[in-house]
Design a protein around this ligand. Structure first.
Ligand code: ASP
Length: 317
């Protein structure tokens, strides 16, 4: 009898100031249901022998299409009151990647990132040129208002009030909500994907870690796949996603040691806040964070486990 294929999948839907006091039961229910739906979307692909790249893309599309997260519909507002979206994806088997920043009109930025990943002539594109190329390649474009939600508009108003014209870096009481996924498929290939609207009240044109391969997203079959969330400036300065891979490959650290070092010793000591999800080439999972909470979930087919968490691992949803 042939061995059953095994796969592993993790998703996140952002880190930040998510305390038990500032998250209502109804919000908690909607968010955890969406995380379960995202896990199911990715699992559908992995369980039928599909690729890690397709699985992470499907899991992220599901969260981009929900209004509850800061990616696709529900993205935050920039300084001028627009939604300027970012996404990136990487294939650990080929080290090919696709990334985009400051798109205003692409309905599902992660799908366009996957289109870029398949090309040899480009990795990253930004702004109007990204919208234009996505249109030419048949991706659905929407009006920027499609991404509007009252929840994020109120966050933007609050952010402006609290921080004037400064980027709202301390984001107290703001649940962030960038989304991402990492997967190991039955062929042993790893992939990572991340999508966001960035930081509330960000300067127009600012680019965060989510759009940058090696900072918010990284995958390498020799080591691991990583998707990050948190204050992007610190994740860029600590090159968090590729750091995890490098600590494993060159320093011989385990996935858990490498992820904790990257989050707590590197970006954390710079003053950053956030977390990451990661899977290694053996299917081990690690999801450390140094914020109050992080929306996240995982499926491990070999142990038949599905978990969704917001805070510590003793409280599952
Ligand atoms: N990392 C994202 C950024 O800085 C924000 C987030 O993860 O919530 O754009």
């Amino acid at each position: 009898m042939s061995k059953k294929p095994t796969y592993t999948l993790c998703v996140h839907a952002g880190a930040g100031v998510i305390t038990k006091e500032n998250l209502s039961d109804s919000e908690k229910k909607l968010i955890t249901e969406d995380i379960h739906a995202s896990l199911s979307a990715g699992e559908e692909i992995l369980s039928s022998g599909g690729s890690a790249v397709d699985a992470v893309c499907a899991a992220v599309v599901c969260l981009e299409d929900s209004k509850h997260f800061n990616a696709g519909q529900g993205a935050v507002y920039s300084r001028s009151g627009q939604h300027l979206l970012e996404a990136s994806i990487m294939d650990g088997a080929t080290l090919k990647a696709g990334a985009l920043a400051n798109t205003r009109r692409i309905k599902n930025p992660i799908e366009f990132a996957k289109t870029l990943l398949k090309r040899d002539d480009i990795v990253m594109i930004s702004g109007e040129h990204a919208d234009q190329l996505a249109d030419e390649l048949g991706h659905e474009l929407v009006d920027n208002k499609y991404f509007d939600t009252v929840f994020r508009e109120n966050q933007w108003i609050l952010a402006k009030k609290l921080s004037g014209t400064a980027t709202f870096l301390d984001h107290s009481n703001l649940k962030m909500g960038t989304v991402g996924a990492v997967a190991l498929d039955a062929q042993g290939n790893l992939a990572a994907a991340t999508s966001t609207g960035g930081m509330t009240n960000k300067l127009d044109g600012r680019i965060g870690d989510t759009a940058i391969i090696g900072c918010g997203t990284y995958a390498h079959n020799n080591t691991c796949a990583v998707s990050c969330t948190g204050i992007g400036e610190y994740f860029i300065r600590a090159t968090v996603a590729s750091l995890v891979s490098n600590l494993m490959e060159y320093d011989g650290l385990s996935l858990e040691e490498a992820t904790k070092k990257a989050i707590h010793d590197h970006q954390g000591k710079l003053g950053g806040e956030g977390g990451l999800i990661a899977i290694d080439h053996l299917g081990n999972i690690s999801m450390p964070y140094n914020s109050e909470g992080m929306y996240r979930g995982s499926i491990n087919e070999s142990t038949d486990e599905r978990k969704v968490f917001i805070w510590e691992e003793d409280e599952k949803f």
